[in-house]
Design a protein. Structure first.
Length: 279
């Protein structure tokens, strides 16, 4: 009996140590999972029409892609997903610009050629720098539409909470990183481990501006149910499910219609939904 107890004690000790080791490992590597910045050779900041590097005194270096709006038109400030980078947003920006809208895309720390390491607070700081530059050019919050894809919903929602925009567009949003981590690692105490929670769900009820949400019903990265839940949490949200839409291909599947829908929403115009709404 004593031997059995010793064996069980050793077994449970090994299991506990292994579990603690797993927790420690996930805590250490989580940012490489959350922020898988596209890798490539280091190069100079992007060149070409619209690309600029902002270097505010005492603030972070921030690369942006900015195409000014036509007179009287709003500007869309876009925050990309965690697997994208600034250079990939030229087509989207030009499509918005062709419709008369301004477009400002913000790069994150550690992405592209931006120095630094991506963190939730670091991304918020980069967003504030870009928005301050937009204000300096005369674009007011009431003429600003915050836009995002996937993880970009984190800074978009936070900037909306801080009063930086009059409208908000979320494409394939999640409720929080904790909820996403629970889906991937249900056996871990994710609420204790997550360092960058991006808790969109807790912020949504306090954001009383028009919100437009798109989510593909075949999204295998962020479940469409999360987008639907976000649609219920915002006081003034319209949630549209895109039939056949995935995660990374959502814009390409519905591109012209989706951009037209966003442009109409940005101007405050009525538009025919591109899909069926969520419950």
């Amino acid at each position: 009996m004593i031997r059995i107890k010793r064996v069980l004690m050793v077994f449970f000790s090994v299991v506990a140590l292994g579990y603690l080791g797993l927790m420690g490992g996930m805590f250490a590597i989580q940012r490489s999972i959350l922020f898988p910045a596209p890798r490539g050779p280091q190069q100079a900041p992007p060149e070409g029409p619209g690309f600029r590097r902002l270097t505010p005194p005492g603030g972070p270096v921030v690369d942006v892609f900015h195409l000014p709006a036509r007179p009287g038109q709003p500007t869309v400030v876009h925050f990309h997903g965690n697997g994208e980078q600034l250079q990939w947003l030229v087509d989207l920006g030009e499509a918005m610009h062709e419709r008369g809208l301004g477009f400002l895309a913000v790069e994150y720390p550690g992405y592209g050629t931006n120095p630094g390491t991506p963190t939730e607070q670091g991304i918020y700081q980069a967003a504030e720098v870009a928005l301050a530059e937009l204000r300096a050019q005369g674009v007011k919050p009431e003429s600003t539409v915050l836009s995002s894809h996937s993880m970009g919903g984190g800074p978009a929602v936070e900037m909306a909470r801080r009063g930086h925009g009059a409208r908000l567009v979320l494409t394939a949003p999640f409720t929080s990183v904790v909820d996403m981590a629970n889906l991937a690692f249900p056996f871990l105490p994710t609420r204790l481990l997550v360092r960058d929670p991006f808790d969109n769900a807790s912020k949504a009820p306090g954001i009383d501006i028009p919100v437009l949400i798109f989510h593909g019903d075949r999204d295998v990265v962020i479940p469409v149910e999360m987008g639907q839940r976000m649609g219920r949490l915002f006081p003034r949200a319209t949630m549209e499910v895109v039939p056949g839409g995935g995660h990374n291909d959502l814009l390409t599947r519905t591109y012209p219609v989706l951009v037209d829908r966003i442009a109409a929403f940005a101007r405050g115009e009525p538009a025919v939904p591109v899909s069926r709404g969520g419950p």
